[in-house]
Design a protein around this ligand. Structure first.
Ligand SMILES: [Zn+2]
Length: 217
């Protein structure tokens, strides 16, 4: 008897729930607020406040088409740069040590690119950026090699740990148009694709780009 009751409840509860959710989806209409929020998002503005405040803010920008156009372009550009290091690299796709790694030339990477990247991806993580720069300045990078494979360019560097002589490899991947699209490192932070070791590699690449040095590392 108990079992039967339990079964009934199991059947009826999800059934009612699903129907209601389904109805809600069909019912939902695009409101004036939705339109205003969408518009404000497209120009990178706040979308908080009451319906009235949102409408007021949206109308304010609608009356300034030139400013709106400028902001829209900025938001689009920001979205593009935030694709850099958009996802962590698949470890199984990282080229193996026995592949024909070369001592250069390395892909171009500029301080401006790192700056853009830091603005879009690293707010509040300035310390990581500084740590990476310190690693570069204190010559923690022991060797750096480059590999071109299937339209992609890989940079691999052996980077010393904060203390001691232990080294670990850090990788940066560039896509076929030369954008840095991901990083990888075996340290605990590095699995997410971004750690001070990977950043130190970016600083090393900036140094190579600025000085045009071909000095082997
Ligand atoms: Zn690391």
């Amino acid at each position: 008897m108990l079992c039967a009751k339990f079964k009934m409840a199991e059947k009826s509860v999800p059934f009612v729930g699903k129907t209601e959710i389904g109805k809600e989806k069909v019912k939902k209409k695009i409101t004036e607020k939705d339109i205003n929020v969408q518009f404000l998002l497209s120009i990178g503005q706040k979308t908080t406040g009451t319906n009235e405040e949102i409408k007021e803010r949206a109308d304010l920008f609608r009356n300034q088409p030139k400013l709106t156009e400028f902001l829209e372009k900025e938001v689009k550009a920001r979205k593009q740069t935030s694709n850099i290091f958009g996802r962590e690299l698949d470890g199984s796709k990282i080229p193996l040590p026995q592949e024909p790694w070369k001592i250069g030339p390395f892909p171009t990477f500029t301080a401006k690119q790192l700056d853009q990247y830091a603005q879009s991806k690293l707010p509040g993580r300035k310390s990581m950026l500084e740590k990476g720069e310190r690693f570069f300045n204190s010559r923690k990078i022991v060797t750096m090699r480059v590999l071109r494979k299937n339209d992609e360019t890989w940079v691999r560097a052996w980077v010393k740990q904060s203390y001691g002589e232990v080294q670990r490899p850090a990788f940066v991947k560039f896509n076929k148009i030369g954008c840095a699209v991901g990083g990888s490192c075996t340290c605990t932070v590095g699995v997410s694709g971004l750690c001070a070791h990977v950043i130190s590699v970016l600083y090393q690449l900036i140094h190579h780009t600025q000085t045009g040095t071909t000095k082997n590392l």
